[in-house]
Design a protein around this ligand. Structure first.
Ligand code: 4AD
Ligand code: MG
Length: 479
């Protein structure tokens, strides 16, 4: 007989039907006569209760049923008398697929701290919290592809190994097969990368944007969704060294189209989560409410689902960087010296404390900032007529700060070339990028959404290390 998933059994409630279920024991209890096992197979947050009549089974077999062990159960679906579940399985056949030594198994049927779960990252999929996050993460990936597919975008696989250091000089991970103890040297005594695997120096990509722009110049609407790598030493709850990024790129579009797409995209994903991940969101919401119970009422955050609905119900506040700087300069925390970094005026690079002030305290809703000083933004952004700012946009979210960064691109060959020279960007390495401005250039715009930042917002989790299966950050590449 084929295995039925627990989710299907719980939703169909086919009383009297015989089924085979397989999964892992989350908990068990009982007495001399009967044993109740809570079985989970990942298809649902809910466990399925298995009722085992001790008399019908070998005592040695039943002893092997411990927390973490895996079982195959054949039985009949019955109405449950007990509270906590409406149906249960009356077992007729019990098979222990894999035992789990109770003295060693680190997960207990109780609440573990997130820090502890991170230490046992290889097992944390078996916790309710990480199971919920895993299901939501999957639904969000699916929703992203659905969103773009419905709108006629093509998905482009951009390279992970790159030969050009496009935007983040100095924060890339090198890829090499050279012997680090004895690298080949040139006559001048430098490392001779012509002997390296690719015949040149290569790195892990920080973004698929430059390559996806090439596809955009033929396919009109494209996006890449891949892993990106940044070797910045940021030990924060919002940074990873390896994270996933969604980068759409649209031809014949300007910065306003870009903002519209970003807002529509984020709202689509949030509303998708509310529709398709209700049970897991409710679980995470309860978890957060429990955590905040000890805080005074005015310090508690909005319940998770209410927060998600709030974002859907409001237009994002759009304003220029220059306007934002004025607000921040005049703000109470700035005047009282409560920001870690003072806001001095035009040119100040905004920190997440400033971004969060605008979103959480001033506007009390998501914000899109445009028109950043060209000095603090990438070389490829469209230069505004004022000569000072570029057509950049950042979307700022409560609790997160920057969730999206994007821009209209500089489509004019000369302006782009000159900016690259000014910023010491090697024009020879990026000859192919410059070509796109030589052959049929058109206005185009795009952005990057940090997938784990989205996950932080949707799940309400506080640390980005808890929304990706195996986080990589400074001094940590476990598992
Ligand atoms: O603002 P960023 O650096 O933009 C780009 O990489 C552009 N090439 C995007 C584009 O226009 N196609 O990064 C985009 C987003 C940020 O807004 C943030 O959400 C996320 O990526 N991000 C990170 N997420 C986790 N850990 C990090 N270290 C991140 N750095 C950026
Ligand atoms: Mg950015």
């Amino acid at each position: 007989m084929r295995r039925t998933e627990i989710k299907a059994i719980l939703s169909q409630e086919e009383i009297g039907a015989e089924v085979v279920v397989k999964g892992w024991v989350r908990n068990y209890r009982g007495n001399n006569f009967v044993m109740f096992v809570a079985l989970n197979d990942g298809s649902s947050l809910q466990n399925l209760q298995i009722v085992i009549d001790n008399e019908k089974f070998d005592a040695q077999l039943l002893k092997k049923i411990t927390v973490g062990s895996s079982l195959s159960i054949t039985g009949i679906i019955a109405k449950s008398e007990g509270k906590g579940q409406s149906i249960e399985i009356l077992a007729s056949l019990v098979e222990v697929l894999g035992t789990a030594n109770a003295d060693e198994y680190p997960l207990q049927p109780k609440k573990h701290s997130l820090e502890f779960l991170r230490e046992i990252g290889h097992l944390r999929f078996r916790s309710n919290t990480f199971g919920a996050i895993t299901r939501i993460r999957h639904q969000m990936i699916y929703a992203i592809h659905t969103f773009f597919n419905e709108r006629g975008f093509y998905n482009i696989h951009t390279p992970i190994i790159t030969g050009s250091d496009c935007e983040g000089a100095g924060e890339m991970f090198q890829v090499t097969t050279l012997d680090l103890k004895k690298p080949p040297l040139t006559k001048e005594g430098h490392i001779d990368f012509s002997e390296d695997f690719f015949g040149k120096q290569t790195n892990l990509t920080v973004s698929g944007q430059l390559e996806v722009e090439m596809a955009c110049m033929a396919m009109s609407k494209v996006y890449t969704f891949g892993p990106t790598f940044r070797a910045e030493n940021s030990n924060t709850s919002r940074h990873l060294a390896e994270f996933w990024m969604i980068e759409p790129e649209v031809a014949f579009a300007d910065i306003y189209d870009d903002m519209d797409l970003a807002e529509e995209f984020l709202k689509y994903l949030i509303s998708y989560a509310l529709k398709h991940c209700r049970e897991d969101l409710e679980f995470l919401q309860d978890r957060l409410l429990q955590e905040e119970k000890s805080k005074p009422e005015q310090d508690r955050s909005m319940p998770l689902i209410e927060k998600l609905e709030f974002v859907l119900a409001n237009d994002f506040q759009r304003l220029t960087y220059t306007e934002a700087i004025e607000i921040l300069k005049e703000s109470k925390p700035n005047k009282k010296g409560q920001f870690k970094y003072d806001v001095k005026g035009f040119g100040t690079d905004l920190q997440s404390e400033h971004e969060r002030y605008l979103v959480e305290k001033h506007f009390k809703k998501p914000v899109i900032l445009t028109g950043y000083p060209k000095e603090i933004k990438a070389f490829y952004m469209k230069q505004n007529p004022d000569g000072k700012t570029v057509a950049a946009m950042d979307v700022l979210f409560p609790q997160i700060g920057e969730i999206i960064g994007g821009s209209e691109r500089e489509a004019d060959y000369d302006k782009l070339y000159n900016r690259m020279i000014e910023m010491n960007i090697p024009t020879e390495d990026l000859h192919w990028y410059l070509d796109s401005r030589k052959y049929g250039a058109v206005p185009h715009a795009g952005f990057g959404l940090g997938f784990e930042r989205l996950m932080l917002f949707v799940t309400g989790m506080g640390n980005i290390r808890d929304v990706i299966p195996f986080p990589r950050y400074p001094k940590s590449a476990e598992f």
